[in-house]
Unconditional design. Structure first.
Length: 135
């Protein structure tokens, strides 16, 4: 049988459907239980390294197991795009999305535009992200 490559199974995740994470100008690293960031990534190279570590090509939608403990949140922000009719775009950063990571578990929850998506990620990505960002 032939399969339509445009049809994706329900558990397949298309990284192209994500907000443009690489356009983020700042990533705030906020540990679970905190309201203020402990780190703020602003260098393009830091943000690119973080996105690479997330291993987006191996994400798939998933149901979160019971009992997961939050490790922390990554808040991706950028300045609003200035349009032709605006004098200035403003200095205020707007949130593109939030990514909730979990302790000792290869899962995350992506929240953007008021919608949340639970995702399974590679063990390597989970360990690298949680151990480097939320020691």
């Amino acid at each position: 049988t032939f399969e339509n490559p445009d049809e994706k199974s329900a558990d397949c995740f298309d990284p192209a459907s994500l907000p443009d994470l690489d356009k983020a100008q700042e990533v705030r690293v906020i540990p679970a239980g905190e309201t203020a960031p402990t780190q703020v990534l602003t260098e393009k190279s830091q943000i690119e390294a973080l996105i690479l570590a997330m291993d987006l090509d191996h994400w798939s939608t998933a149901d979160l197991p019971q009992g997961l403990r939050p490790a922390g949140t990554l808040s991706f922000t950028q300045q609003p795009t200035q349009t032709v009719w605006q004098k200035e775009a403003g200095d205020e950063l707007r949130e593109l999305c939030q990514i909730q990571l979990y302790q000792d578990a290869p899962y995350l929850t992506l929240t953007a535009l008021g919608l949340s998506l639970d995702v399974a990620i590679s063990e390597q990505a989970a360990q690298e992200l949680t151990h480097n960002l939320f020691p």
